[in-house]
Design a protein around this ligand. Structure first.
Ligand code: DX5
Ligand code: ZN
Length: 216
């Protein structure tokens, strides 16, 4: 089953509760945490995730675009994240492994994320314990960028690794997803589609979520 995960990065932060209720027909709620260091943008922290948790029962898919994420796993887990994804480029492999271990101890689902520069094979050391792999289809940092076709190969390779070592693991894509690009990423093997501007720039938000589902 294909899942849609609207990204609140494109929501109106002054009306966050309203904009979260507007995407309640989706499967996951994607929350982008940026530190101004790993990426050149600053968004929200754990206290906002905590407030979001109080106003929705949705599955909170929290994408950590922060340096040395192991420092914050427990904080975001306690704030109410359902799943945390850490970037493989954000720390040394031993500290990424440590971050995943802490996620397990905190009872949140575990994911690793890949910038476009990173090869799919980088997930191999962790694959057996992951609940999800996130392949970026834009350079992380901002919403509304153009989809990178060159990432279709990485999606295919990640799907092949998942099929071989951990078929239950989900494969999420993030960046430039629209009714035009959704069929391409699904054909390449993605099953969770993040969409920020394609959902929130629409006058009819639940219609935009349905348009993504109908495009595949
Ligand atoms: C970008 C974020 C994305 C962003 C996607 O770094 O990780 O989740 O919100 O936005 P769109 O769908 O507009 O490309
Ligand atoms: Zn994201």
């Amino acid at each position: 089953m294909i899942k849609i995960a609207p990204s609140i990065l494109s929501a109106d932060f002054a009306n966050l509760e309203r904009d979260i209720q507007r995407v309640s027909s989706a499967d996951y709620l994607h929350v982008d945490v940026m530190d101004g260091c790993f990426v050149p943008n600053i968004t929200i922290g754990a206290s906002v995730v905590q407030s979001i948790r109080r106003c929705t029962g949705m599955f909170l898919d929290v994408h950590l675009m922060i340096d040395k994420p192991v420092r914050y796993i427990e904080t975001f887990a306690k704030a109410g994240a359902s799943l945390l994804s850490v970037h493989l480029e954000a720390d040394h492999p031993t500290r990424i492994a440590e971050a995943l271990k802490v996620m397990g101890q905190c009872g949140v689902k575990k994911a690793v994320a890949l910038r476009p520069i990173t090869a799919a094979s980088a997930i191999l050391p962790y694959i057996e314990e992951l609940d999800m792999v996130l392949v970026m289809t834009v350079e992380p940092g901002f919403g509304g960028q153009s989809f990178m076709d060159s990432q279709l190969d990485t999606i295919r390779q990640a799907r092949e690794i998942i099929r071989k070592y951990n078929p239950a693991c989900e494969l999420e894509v993030d960046g430039g997803i629209s009714p035009k690009t959704a069929p391409l990423v699904v054909e390449a093997g993605a099953n969770v589609l993040v969409a920020g501007s394609a959902v929130y720039s629409s006058e009819d938000i639940s219609g935009a979520i349905q348009a993504l589902r109908d495009s595949m």
